[in-house]
Write a protein that binds this ligand. Sequence first.
Ligand code: G4P
Length: 280
Amino acid sequence: MKKDSHIHWYPGHIAKAERQLKEKLNLCDVVIEVLDARIPFSSIYNNIETLLGGKPRLVLLNKADLVDRNELKEFVEKIKSSSKMPVMVTDAKNSKDLQIIVKEVLKLAEPRIQAIMAKGLLRRPARVMVVGMPNVGKSSVINKLTKSSKTKIGAKAGVTRQQQWVRINKDIDLLDTPGIIPMRQDNQEAATKLAFVNSVSENAYDNETVAQKLLDILARKYSEQLKEYYKVDELTLEKIAISRNWITSGSEADIERTATSVLKYFRDGKLGQFILDELI
Ligand code: G4P
């Protein structure tokens, strides 16, 4: 485990992910970009516009069940105005289906389909893929969208053989594997927030440092609520360990166990509903 406070990136992994993503992007008309509603800004990839080559995208603020939807509204507006793209709020884990987003995707794809038809070609279904950082819920979104349609279309001419498409309805084909956005994030605060939501490999950071940072950031907005929850007067791992009676055999506060517990409870939404980014 690394004992410094930085999130470490692996350039080789990033380059490979970027290559794979670009290969898939070339095949698509529209992208569904999934963000984590707990970190609406920090889960946006800095270079998203360049990466997508200007393709239209529907932005989903997913895991909305883990935040207060009223608090989220202003974030939705900010992202709408800065991206100039439609933004929707989703809970891919608990929703019955995500058909509400299908209509929006079709609207975004229509100009591209019209352009194809203007060249004298026949109308074809829009090709769509889901992208986002690790663990934001990309696969869950795909699963919900494909639930009612099990029509695998398979490889088509000009389409890489291993890419599998699923026909959602007569107007949409969805790539059945997500595009993982390369993870390098130079802003260390945003990177740390990605670690909070399990979007960064655990090998890249030190659990105890990250858990304490989570408490520090939560304390900015939700201090009283958390102090009450943990029955402490200050949000430190040590105080929480003592309050919970998590003590090592050497009679010291068990910081490691506390760090693991704080991160897990936060990730599972058991500490409460929190948005960790600030409206600027
Ligand atoms: P990914 O493809 O972007 O990596 O994410 P994936 O869909 O695999 O989802 C990652 C985890 O987040 C999964 O939990 C999934 O259930 C959960 N998840 C996805 N969407 C939502 C959401 O809207 N709300 C909540 N609360 N959770 C969501 P897991 O613990 O890995 O698996 P499990 O809970 O499905 O057992």
